[in-house]
Design a protein around this ligand. Sequence first.
Ligand SMILES: [Zn+2]
Length: 159
Amino acid sequence: MNYTYNNDDILRKSFSEYLKSKKLRQTTERDAIFAKICQTKNLFTPDTIWKQLEDDHFHVSRASIYNTIVLLLDAKIVVRHQFSSTIIQYELKCIAEQHHYTICTSCNVVSEIKNDKINNHFSGYKISKFASEYYTLYFYGICSKCKYKQMHNIMKTKE
Ligand SMILES: [Zn+2]
């Protein structure tokens, strides 16, 4: 599914249906948090969402944001990325399905990559006794900035 702004309606509908099925109330707080997550077309943490809501003068606790994210994970609207033992970020599932990630093991910077070659390679890939829903690839390595710094340091020590 390719992400378009029209998907916001689909997402909103599936979240409403999820809340109904769990007999949970659709509160103003949950709606605001969810709307902000839908607007965020990239990776986020409970903290980044909290800051954006604060900027809008909408005050919620970080715990409320975290709890809403837990619901969205359960509803399969949001996915959780554990890039390393310390880096955990979240993303809308419909966006996560469209790309992969590079993670620099030196500076911990996470970048999204789009690569049709990878997608063509894995589309329709069947795994026995497993119904695959989506996939994400993480490429760990050194980013060009860190590589440059390393080279620079090596040259310095040689002088
Ligand atoms: Zn780096």
